[in-house]
Write a protein that binds this ligand. Structure first.
Ligand code: URA
Length: 192
């Protein structure tokens, strides 16, 4: 019998817990925040790491940045259940500091497993922390909103780098850029 996507993702979660990935972060966190949304989505959005609200609720993007993410989705006539949302680092870094390179490296194989299970058409990276692994050496200010085809496992994957919603929260121009970039996504998918 083919194992369901949910069962496969549950195994990824168990693996992270059993291998004690990023034990220092884990010791301070309330929840391991794996991701949320539609397991058959065409689009997977990847943020940086959980914040305080996300850690408390065990769900990604449920605080202020998440509220703006919901607005971006609404602008494109989408809701959260149309997409899958996760982060590169799955425990909250203390005091919301940036995730460390070794933390991103430790969680990267698990993010790849999530993508192999969900099989989206497009990955949207939110901010430079998740972009740098998919599109090394690119500058977000130069490539935001532009679809990039990359090799992924046996096949290929389209990655669209966007700014992080938190960076745009208090910056009107960036807010508009982020919404404009996101509005292009359905058109990019149609053309694939
Ligand atoms: N910022 C992120 O990058 N991820 C979250 O889940 C919340 C805020």
């Amino acid at each position: 019998m083919v194992e369901s996507k949910q069962a496969q993702l549950d195994r990824v979660r168990t693996d992270i817990l059993e291998k004690n990935i990023c034990s220092e972060l884990a010791a301070q966190a309330t929840n391991l925040v794996m991701g949320d949304g539609n397991l058959n989505a065409d689009i997977v959005l990847i943020g940086e790491a959980p914040g305080k609200n996300e850690d408390e609720q065990g769900l990604p993007f449920v605080g202020a940045a998440g509220k703006f993410l919901n607005e971006m989705l609404a602008a494109a006539n989408m809701v959260r259940s149309d997409v899958y949302i996760t982060n590169i680092v799955k425990y909250r870094p203390p005091n919301n500091r940036d995730p460390l390179p070794e933390e991103k490296k430790a969680f990267w194989p698990y993010l790849l497993k999530q993508l192999q299970i969900i099989q989206p058409k497009v990955v949207i990276t939110l901010g430079r922390h998740s972009m740098e692994y998919f599109l090394p050496d690119m500058k977000i200010s130069q490539v935001h909103g532009q679809p990039k085809r990359i090799h992924f496992g046996e096949g290929r994957l389209v990655v669209i780098p966007l700014y992080h919603p938190a960076a745009a929260l208090y910056n009107g121009a960036m807010r508009q850029t982020l919404i404009d970039d996101f509005l292009q996504v359905p058109r990019i998918i149609e053309k694939l």
